[in-house]
Design a protein around this ligand. Structure first.
Ligand SMILES: [Zn+2]
Length: 215
Protein backbone atom coordinates (compact mmCIF):
# COMPACT_ATOMS: atom_id res chain seq x y z
CA UNK A 1 0.00 0.00 0.00
CA UNK A 2 1.58 3.32 -0.97
CA UNK A 3 2.11 6.27 1.32
CA UNK A 4 -0.56 8.43 -0.29
CA UNK A 5 -3.40 6.09 0.64
CA UNK A 6 -3.21 6.70 4.41
CA UNK A 7 -5.32 8.98 6.53
CA UNK A 8 -3.79 11.99 8.27
CA UNK A 9 -3.39 11.88 12.04
CA UNK A 10 -6.13 14.46 12.53
CA UNK A 11 -8.65 12.06 10.98
CA UNK A 12 -7.64 9.35 13.42
CA UNK A 13 -8.00 11.78 16.31
CA UNK A 14 -11.58 12.48 15.19
CA UNK A 15 -12.08 8.75 14.66
CA UNK A 16 -11.02 7.93 18.22
CA UNK A 17 -13.20 10.69 19.62
CA UNK A 18 -16.25 9.58 17.65
CA UNK A 19 -16.62 12.87 15.81
CA UNK A 20 -16.85 11.51 12.26
CA UNK A 21 -19.90 10.93 10.08
CA UNK A 22 -20.80 7.24 9.99
CA UNK A 23 -19.79 6.80 6.31
CA UNK A 24 -16.30 8.14 6.93
CA UNK A 25 -15.92 6.09 10.09
CA UNK A 26 -16.84 2.92 8.19
CA UNK A 27 -14.31 3.73 5.43
CA UNK A 28 -11.55 4.27 7.94
CA UNK A 29 -12.42 1.10 9.86
CA UNK A 30 -12.26 -0.76 6.52
CA UNK A 31 -8.80 0.72 5.94
CA UNK A 32 -7.65 -0.68 9.30
CA UNK A 33 -9.35 -4.01 8.60
CA UNK A 34 -7.53 -4.21 5.27
CA UNK A 35 -4.35 -4.55 7.33
CA UNK A 36 -2.60 -1.17 7.16
CA UNK A 37 0.04 -1.49 9.88
CA UNK A 38 1.00 2.16 9.83
CA UNK A 39 -2.52 3.49 10.43
CA UNK A 40 -3.17 0.70 12.96
CA UNK A 41 -0.15 1.80 15.00
CA UNK A 42 -1.25 5.42 14.86
CA UNK A 43 -4.79 4.49 15.90
CA UNK A 44 -3.54 2.32 18.80
CA UNK A 45 -1.34 5.16 20.04
CA UNK A 46 -4.11 7.75 19.84
CA UNK A 47 -6.52 5.39 21.64
CA UNK A 48 -4.03 5.10 24.49
CA UNK A 49 -3.59 8.86 24.65
CA UNK A 50 -7.33 9.54 24.63
CA UNK A 51 -8.04 6.79 27.19
CA UNK A 52 -5.27 8.11 29.41
CA UNK A 53 -6.72 11.59 29.31
CA UNK A 54 -10.20 10.20 30.12
CA UNK A 55 -8.76 8.32 33.14
CA UNK A 56 -6.96 11.45 34.22
CA UNK A 57 -10.15 13.51 34.24
CA UNK A 58 -11.88 10.75 36.24
CA UNK A 59 -9.17 11.03 38.87
CA UNK A 60 -9.68 14.77 39.00
CA UNK A 61 -13.44 14.51 39.37
CA UNK A 62 -13.66 14.15 43.19
CA UNK A 63 -11.42 17.18 43.64
CA UNK A 64 -13.58 19.14 41.22
CA UNK A 65 -16.73 18.11 43.12
CA UNK A 66 -15.19 19.17 46.42
CA UNK A 67 -14.30 22.52 44.93
CA UNK A 68 -17.85 23.01 43.64
CA UNK A 69 -19.27 22.03 47.04
CA UNK A 70 -17.04 24.61 48.76
CA UNK A 71 -18.20 27.22 46.25
CA UNK A 72 -21.86 26.47 47.02
CA UNK A 73 -21.38 26.88 50.79
CA UNK A 74 -19.21 29.95 50.49
CA UNK A 75 -21.05 33.28 50.88
CA UNK A 76 -21.62 35.07 47.58
CA UNK A 77 -18.27 36.74 47.15
CA UNK A 78 -17.79 36.52 43.42
CA UNK A 79 -19.95 38.76 41.25
CA UNK A 80 -22.69 37.07 39.24
CA UNK A 81 -21.67 35.98 35.77
CA UNK A 82 -18.12 35.00 36.69
CA UNK A 83 -17.11 32.00 34.67
CA UNK A 84 -15.57 28.89 36.14
CA UNK A 85 -12.21 28.07 34.61
CA UNK A 86 -12.20 24.75 32.76
CA UNK A 87 -8.63 23.64 32.09
CA UNK A 88 -8.05 21.62 28.96
CA UNK A 89 -5.55 18.81 28.59
CA UNK A 90 -3.52 18.28 25.46
CA UNK A 91 -4.36 14.93 23.88
CA UNK A 92 -2.67 15.30 20.52
CA UNK A 93 0.27 17.27 19.21
CA UNK A 94 1.44 16.62 15.71
CA UNK A 95 2.78 18.10 12.55
CA UNK A 96 0.83 17.85 9.33
CA UNK A 97 1.97 15.53 6.60
CA UNK A 98 1.06 15.37 2.91
CA UNK A 99 -2.47 14.04 2.72
CA UNK A 100 -4.23 11.92 0.14
CA UNK A 101 -6.51 13.76 -2.26
CA UNK A 102 -10.07 13.88 -1.06
CA UNK A 103 -9.30 13.76 2.65
CA UNK A 104 -11.07 16.75 4.16
CA UNK A 105 -9.46 19.15 6.61
CA UNK A 106 -6.02 18.01 5.53
CA UNK A 107 -3.22 20.50 6.01
CA UNK A 108 -0.08 20.31 3.87
CA UNK A 109 2.10 21.31 6.82
CA UNK A 110 1.79 23.10 10.14
CA UNK A 111 1.10 22.00 13.67
CA UNK A 112 -2.10 20.47 15.02
CA UNK A 113 -3.13 20.31 18.63
CA UNK A 114 -6.19 18.70 20.16
CA UNK A 115 -7.48 19.29 23.69
CA UNK A 116 -10.13 17.78 25.89
CA UNK A 117 -11.81 20.09 28.39
CA UNK A 118 -14.76 18.63 30.23
CA UNK A 119 -17.33 17.63 27.60
CA UNK A 120 -15.62 19.75 24.98
CA UNK A 121 -12.84 19.09 22.58
CA UNK A 122 -10.97 21.79 20.77
CA UNK A 123 -8.84 21.27 17.68
CA UNK A 124 -6.28 23.89 16.77
CA UNK A 125 -4.16 24.12 13.64
CA UNK A 126 -1.44 26.70 13.31
CA UNK A 127 0.55 27.77 10.33
CA UNK A 128 3.49 30.12 10.69
CA UNK A 129 4.81 32.28 7.89
CA UNK A 130 8.38 31.59 6.85
CA UNK A 131 10.83 34.23 8.15
CA UNK A 132 8.07 35.94 10.10
CA UNK A 133 6.56 35.76 13.56
CA UNK A 134 3.05 36.02 12.08
CA UNK A 135 0.93 32.97 12.82
CA UNK A 136 -2.44 31.94 11.44
CA UNK A 137 -4.59 29.78 13.68
CA UNK A 138 -7.75 27.90 12.78
CA UNK A 139 -9.71 25.87 15.26
CA UNK A 140 -13.00 24.27 16.15
CA UNK A 141 -14.81 23.54 19.38
CA UNK A 142 -17.15 20.57 19.63
CA UNK A 143 -19.27 19.24 22.47
CA UNK A 144 -18.41 15.52 22.56
CA UNK A 145 -21.64 14.65 24.39
CA UNK A 146 -23.69 16.53 21.77
CA UNK A 147 -21.65 16.79 18.54
CA UNK A 148 -24.70 18.17 16.70
CA UNK A 149 -24.79 21.24 18.96
CA UNK A 150 -23.68 24.34 17.15
CA UNK A 151 -21.31 26.24 19.39
CA UNK A 152 -21.81 29.54 17.57
CA UNK A 153 -20.90 33.04 18.70
CA UNK A 154 -18.58 32.00 21.51
CA UNK A 155 -15.91 34.57 22.44
CA UNK A 156 -12.47 33.13 21.60
CA UNK A 157 -9.35 34.91 22.81
CA UNK A 158 -5.61 34.38 22.68
CA UNK A 159 -4.05 35.76 25.82
CA UNK A 160 -0.55 36.14 27.18
CA UNK A 161 -0.55 37.00 30.86
CA UNK A 162 -3.33 39.57 31.21
CA UNK A 163 -2.96 40.84 27.68
CA UNK A 164 -5.35 39.90 24.89
CA UNK A 165 -3.31 39.12 21.78
CA UNK A 166 -6.22 38.41 19.43
CA UNK A 167 -9.92 37.72 19.75
CA UNK A 168 -12.84 36.61 17.66
CA UNK A 169 -16.18 34.78 17.83
CA UNK A 170 -16.82 31.20 16.75
CA UNK A 171 -18.94 30.79 13.62
CA UNK A 172 -22.08 28.67 13.22
CA UNK A 173 -19.97 25.48 13.13
CA UNK A 174 -17.96 26.35 16.25
CA UNK A 175 -15.00 27.23 14.02
CA UNK A 176 -12.74 30.21 14.56
CA UNK A 177 -9.64 31.73 13.03
CA UNK A 178 -7.12 34.16 14.44
CA UNK A 179 -3.95 35.80 13.21
CA UNK A 180 -1.34 36.99 15.62
CA UNK A 181 2.31 37.67 16.23
CA UNK A 182 3.96 34.83 18.14
CA UNK A 183 4.45 35.60 21.84
CA UNK A 184 5.36 33.65 24.95
CA UNK A 185 3.00 31.98 27.40
CA UNK A 186 0.10 31.92 25.02
CA UNK A 187 -3.26 30.54 26.14
CA UNK A 188 -6.45 30.04 24.20
CA UNK A 189 -9.63 30.86 26.09
CA UNK A 190 -13.15 30.13 24.93
CA UNK A 191 -16.17 31.32 26.88
CA UNK A 192 -19.20 29.05 27.03
CA UNK A 193 -21.22 31.40 29.20
CA UNK A 194 -24.48 29.44 29.10
CA UNK A 195 -22.54 26.58 30.78
CA UNK A 196 -20.80 29.03 33.12
CA UNK A 197 -17.30 28.06 31.99
CA UNK A 198 -14.28 29.57 30.38
CA UNK A 199 -12.22 26.89 28.65
CA UNK A 200 -8.52 27.55 29.17
CA UNK A 201 -5.96 25.84 26.95
CA UNK A 202 -2.19 26.24 27.40
CA UNK A 203 -0.47 26.57 24.03
CA UNK A 204 3.02 26.05 25.43
CA UNK A 205 3.68 23.21 23.00
CA UNK A 206 3.29 25.46 19.95
CA UNK A 207 6.51 25.44 17.98
CA UNK A 208 6.25 29.18 17.26
CA UNK A 209 5.81 30.01 20.93
CA UNK A 210 8.90 28.03 21.88
CA UNK A 211 11.00 29.68 19.22
CA UNK A 212 9.82 33.09 20.31
CA UNK A 213 10.57 32.46 23.97
CA UNK A 214 14.22 31.83 23.14
CA UNK A 215 14.68 35.32 21.70
ZN1 LIG B 1 -2.94 3.43 6.26
Amino acid sequence: MDRMSHYVAERWVDFVRNLLPEAERVQMQAHIDSGCERCRRELDLLRQVVNFSAVESTYRAPEELARMARAIYRPMSAPAGVLRRLMGSLIFDGFGEPAMAGVRHAVPSGQQLAFNAGDYCVDVRVQGEINSSQVAMAGQIVNRKAPEDRLAGLPVALVSGRKIIAETLSNEFGEFSLEYTAVRKLRLQIEVSNEGVRIDLPLSSLAGGTRDSEI
